[in-house]
Design a protein around this ligand. Sequence first.
Ligand code: NAD
Length: 246
Amino acid sequence: MLLEGKVAIVTGGTRGIGLAVVKKFLDNGASVILTGSRQATVDKAMAELTEYGDRVMGMCPDLCDAAQVADLVETAVKKYGKLDIMVNNAGISARDSLYEYDPDNFDKILDVNLKSVFIGCQAAARVMKVQGGGVIINTSSMVSIYGQPAGCGYPATKFAVNGMTKSLARELGRDHIRVNAVAPGVTRTDMVAALPKEIVERISAPIPLGRVGEPEEVADAFLFLASDMASYVTGEMLSVDGAAQT
Ligand code: NAD
């Protein structure tokens, strides 16, 4: 039980990688508040987590609204007494060609994938500083290293998440707040699971480990970084991608 007695928030915790992180943290003794974009998806995730009782709750704040995110953090403190771990995981992807890329969609991905991370880091750090420390983990991506051939807004946000992670590790180290990122490769979330077997095989072929990753494998990286096993690790981007990026 690596997180016994710890309190965590996981944004985008209703499905995919985020839900796997929520389960991993709960199984390791933490109390967790998960967030989703809609009450219906929060309710669906909560229905899968009834065995954990009061140790888990769900909310759906607007992650780009600083007051709502401050309220999310305040709820963790009121309900569970503190906030040890903030996981800024919510995100959307993009496949638009540059030639047709609607600038409004570019604004949207900046908001959901980047501004929300800034606001989440700020709200969490304010409380963690007073508490004497904490851990922030942001979800990056393997495309934060090499980019991708369409939907440039997505890698642009993930490069920025890496920059924010490294910078905040430097800024917040003196307050005993560690800041790291996990950079998943292609992971078997709903979207990948819905693809025909042949397409998943085609995606898997160039990956040196020969397969896509499982959400639980990505969640293990979050568990490591959240735990005291990573007590001297900050400013790192931990790739969990089967060496796909190389
Ligand atoms: P998903 O689509 O399965 O889940 C996304 C989560 O984010 C959901 O809980 C959803 O409610 C939340 N969310 C989406 N838009 C939101 C909004 N506007 N406001 C609040 N919450 C919102 O996603 P996933 O594949 O599990 O991805 C999770 C993270 O991992 C993302 O940051 C994504 O960029 C990153 N990632 C995923 C993969 C992959 O292969 N799945 C690879 C690399 C990185």
